[in-house]
Unconditional design. Structure first.
Ligand code: EPZ
Length: 428
């Protein structure tokens, strides 16, 4: 299996270009099931989650042609069955999107309960609620969700709490339903707007994406288009924090600064210099990193997907910080790994109290999920000595060429293969 070996202490300098947004790409690839013609998707991140989504479509009968590693021609017209293959679907959360798209096209779907990062219980009751409101019935048999509808009829859907996946699946089920669907208490993430733009470019009628009320008027036909996916705000934020943690000076290109606002505001509060340009931001540090109290919120608040990364920066800030993340049951599983590197963090329920230390020390650690893995890379980059990160498959689900991008900015990071039970000798 592969590990990252990082020799910490190098400042990140120069520039990095951000790839397409993972959470937009997985939704848009799934959305091609609703399209009545072939589609070309551009700026698709070359990561395992998007590859698995495309593989699922291919196994179901779609034709998938990569014109390059970031551009895919997808034709789903040959998909005849609403059954998603078990093994692939269980590996990620985004497989839940096949429920909404297959229901929207075939009025039926069989999808295994989704997998994805282990952040605690991740039910799909709100997704099911949306489908039920549009006229579907559902059952879960042997871990497979079966939804079915004689007809999908537009209706009002009010989510009990904000859910990104629930909002996306409600749009999928409504886009070809009869009549008007009003989705209230909708999530407002940039990738929901990107998905709505993709579907509207094909001829859908979706209004209000990016606000908490989204109106979807059903249409009969969605034409094929070429569509470029937005840049990944979380990948960009990860490199912003890495630049700050190494006290570097980095230009992060191909971003939408508006999508980074909550990250920029919090970094500036911590004494980090962030300069915004049309499609890039420059991050540098002159003085000390200062403490900060942060609570994760749905967009436009500070994203939970940036919490492990920012918390890592806070471990070397001056003073004590408090981080609250109650969006998931347990988004602090990485804290034990940071403690091995000398971080002083205590977690009680969904609140972390972080006492800044002078510096971290390299150690052998393990990625527990995607963003936790990114946080451990940041910790390794700013540590003294060598850090070995196991289970990097988590990281490769969501970050395209992360070691190459970091190497280009001066990081001493290598991706090495180790036989299971091998441990790379850690030398100081
Ligand atoms: C999406 O997950 C993202 N994943 C997550 O990113 C992200 O952390 C999350 O949104 C919040 O922004 C993808 O887009 C593939 P939710 P999702 O539905 O849709 C609970 C990453 O690192 N809930 O907004 O699963 C749920 O358990 C990943 O890129 C229900 O209880 O998030 C969670 O506690 C990690 N019932 C909270 O709501 C439901 O029916 C928010 O979940 C749905 C959700």
């Amino acid at each position: 299996m592969y590990k990252f070996i990082i020799n910490g202490g190098n400042k990140l300098e120069g520039c990095v270009s951000i790839s397409g947004a993972k959470n937009a790409a997985v939704a848009i690839v799934a959305a091609t099931i609703l399209c009545d013609e072939p589609c070309v998707l551009e700026n698709v991140p070359d990561i395992s989650d998007t590859a698995i989504c495309a593989k699922i479509l291919h196994e179901m009968g779609a034709s998938i042609n990569y014109t390059n590693k970031n551009t895919i021609l997808i034709d789903t017209r040959n998909i005849k069955s609403p059954v998603v293959p078990l093994e692939l679907a269980r590996s990620m959360r985004a497989s839940s999107y096949f429920l909404g798209t297959l229901l929207g096209r075939f009025h039926e779907a069989y999808v295994p309960m989704p997998g994805g990062c282990d952040l605690g219980d991740r039910p799909i009751d709100q997704h099911i609620k949306a489908f039920d409101h549009l006229g579907a019935t559902h059952e879960i048999v042997n871990g497979t969700v079966h939804v079915k509808a004689d007809m999908l009829i537009g209706n009002q859907i009010y989510f009990d709490f904000i859910t990104v996946g629930g909002t996306i699946n409600a749009i999928f089920a409504a886009v070809k339903a009869n009549g008007l669907t009003i989705i209230e208490n909708a999530a407002k993430e940039p990738h929901i707007v990107d998905l709505a733009n993709f579907l509207n470019s094909m001829g859908a009628d979706i209004r209000g994406a990016g606000t908490d009320v989204i109106k979807v008027r059903g249409v009969e036909y969605l034409k094929g288009i070429s569509y470029g996916i937005i840049p990944d705000q979380i990948e960009a934020g990860t490199y912003m924090v890495a630049a700050a943690a190494t006290r570097g000076d980095v230009l992060i290109k191909n971003v939408i600064p508006k999508h980074l606002e909550s990250i920029t505001v919090n970094l500036r509060k911590m004494g980090v210099k962030v300069e915004e340009f049309d499609d890039s931001v420059r991050v540098s540090v002159e003085g000390p990193i200062m403490k900060n109290n942060v609570k994760t919120m749905p967009h436009p608040g500070f994203p939970t997907d940036m919490q492990p990364q920012l918390s890592t920066l806070l471990t070397i800030a001056d003073g004590t910080s408090i981080v609250t993340d109650d969006i998931f049951d347990n988004r602090f599983r990485y804290v034990g790994e940071l403690r091995k590197m000398g971080a002083e963090i205590t977690v009680k329920d969904k609140i972390a109290i972080i006492q800044g230390v002078d510096g971290l020390k390299g150690a052998p650690v393990k990625a527990t999920d995607l963003r936790a893995g990114a946080a451990l890379i940041i910790a390794g980059l700013c540590s003294e000595g060598i850090t070995q990160i196991d289970d990097i498959f988590h990281i490769e689900r969501g970050y395209e060429c992360i070691e190459e991008k970091l190497q280009a900015m001066g990081a001493d990071i290598k991706r090495v293969y180790c036989q299971p039970m091998d441990s790379v000798a850690i030398t100081g």
